[in-house]
Design a protein around this ligand. Structure first.
Ligand SMILES: NC(=O)c1ccc[n+]([C@@H]2O[C@H](COP(=O)([O-])OP(=O)(O)OC[C@H]3O[C@@H](n4cnc5c(N)ncnc54)[C@H](O)[C@@H]3O)[C@@H](O)[C@H]2O)c1
Length: 328
């Protein structure tokens, strides 16, 4: 096994560059070449990271020195690029959402399995300070058995790339934004079994999807999760609660703060400055390096990416039909 993992960057937009910078701080890995279908974006990134650049993903995938790739391109391209990368024998870090359909996720899982390469999915929210700390508190038993999660993530709609304004290219908010919260609720409550969602397009008329969505998910263990998602809110906010059999955690992510209280009367709070966690992107990319160089299965893989897509896809069907959608 090589000492250093050479990583090809597919896509050189905002997220790709943030990941490339983070990878620069991860031991045993380096960006070795970059590509973007837009020449300017590729050249700029190539100059910034002082590596060869180009406009063809195929060129990156054909390079035998490249051991892994980061797929940080628009959502509708993930499935094909992951498939091509796997067939070229590269380990893969793919940004969320994994894909836009469960069928594509299944194909991605199958192709990576048969190629014998690891697939990591970028559900980085798990590693953000508030969310990471809440999981640690829950694992430590502070609220007993969690059974209900409510998340409210509200924001506005500024300048967005064209692909983000189209459902067929981005999936809409539940894929593009809330894949994170959908993944986190599953992280806390387990496997989802049914989904109900309703939404409206009240404010953001330039996109072709709902700007405000209420999503309810039921979990196999009997838990319930509710998400209020909006990109059409004049006052933003990111708050929620996790209820357990012995206590409740409340949180806000902007700014970071956690408050908890138990039925036995004990209570506590944790604030921004006390929340020390490793850099979330370094942490998720370290999993790629460990997978590629050490053969360690990534903790957030294809099954996790697929589960989030399954909920988002079912929510779309529920919004169309007005019915509860059961997950297979
Ligand atoms: N984890 C997070 O918190 C987070 C945050 C932002 C974005 N993302 C995800 O990262 C991905 C990229 O988002 P972004 O904000 O960087 O988008 P962006 O529009 O800024 O950049 C995407 C880039 O990909 C390029 N591209 C398009 N098709 C390509 C192809 N086939 N091959 C190579 N390059 C191609 C585009 O030209 C563009 O430069 C999306 O999947 C998005 O959901 C994740």
């Amino acid at each position: 096994m090589p000492e250093t993992l050479n990583v090809g960057l597919l896509g050189c937009g905002g997220m790709a560059k943030a990941l490339a910078k983070a990878l620069g701080r991860v031991p045993r890995a380096r960006i070795s070449r970059v590509c973007d279908v837009v020449e300017d974006a590729a050249r700029t990134a190539g100059v910034e990271f002082t590596v060869p650049w180009g406009t063809s993903p195929e060129e990156v995938l054909a390079d035998p020195a490249v051991g892994a790739v980061i797929v940080a391109t628009p959502n509708f391209t993930h499935a094909d690029l992951v498939g091509q990368a796997a067939q070229a024998g590269k380990h893969i870090f793919c940004e969320k959402p994994m894909a836009l359909t469960v069928a594509d996720c299944d194909r991605m899982i199958a192709v990576t399995r048969s190629a014998g390469v690891h697939l990591c999915i970028g559900h980085v929210l798990r590693y953000l300070p508030v969310f990471d700390h809440m999981k640690r508190l829950i694992d430590g038993g502070i609220i007993g058995e969690p059974f209900a999660v409510r998340v409210s993530r509200l924001g506005g709609w500024g300048e967005r790339a064209a692909w983000r304004q189209r459902r067929d290219l981005s999936g809409g908010p539940l894929f593009e934004i809330n894949a994170h919260e959908i993944d986190y609720m599953r992280y806390i409550l387990g496997e989802p079994v049914s989904v109900y969602a309703s939404g409206t397009q009240a404010v953001v008329k330039q996109a072709d999807f709902e700007d405000t969505i209420f999503l309810t998910v039921r979990y196999a263990g009997g838990g319930h999760g509710v998400l209020h998602s909006s990109i059409g809110a004049a006052r933003g906010g990111y708050t929620g609660e996790i209820q357990g059999t012995e206590g409740t955690i409340s949180f806000t992510n902007w700014p970071s703060r956690i408050d908890w209280k138990r039925f036995d009367g004990t209570a506590g709070s944790v604030q921004d400055a006390e929340l020390h966690v490793p850099d979330p992107h370094e942490r998720e990319l370290a999993h790629l390096v460990e997978a590629a160089l050490d053969g360690v299965a990534p903790p957030i893989g294809g099954a996790d990416g697929r589960a989030a897509v399954a909920v988002a896809e079912a929510a779309g069907r529920s919004m169309q039909t007005g019915e509860v959608v059961r997950l297979g």
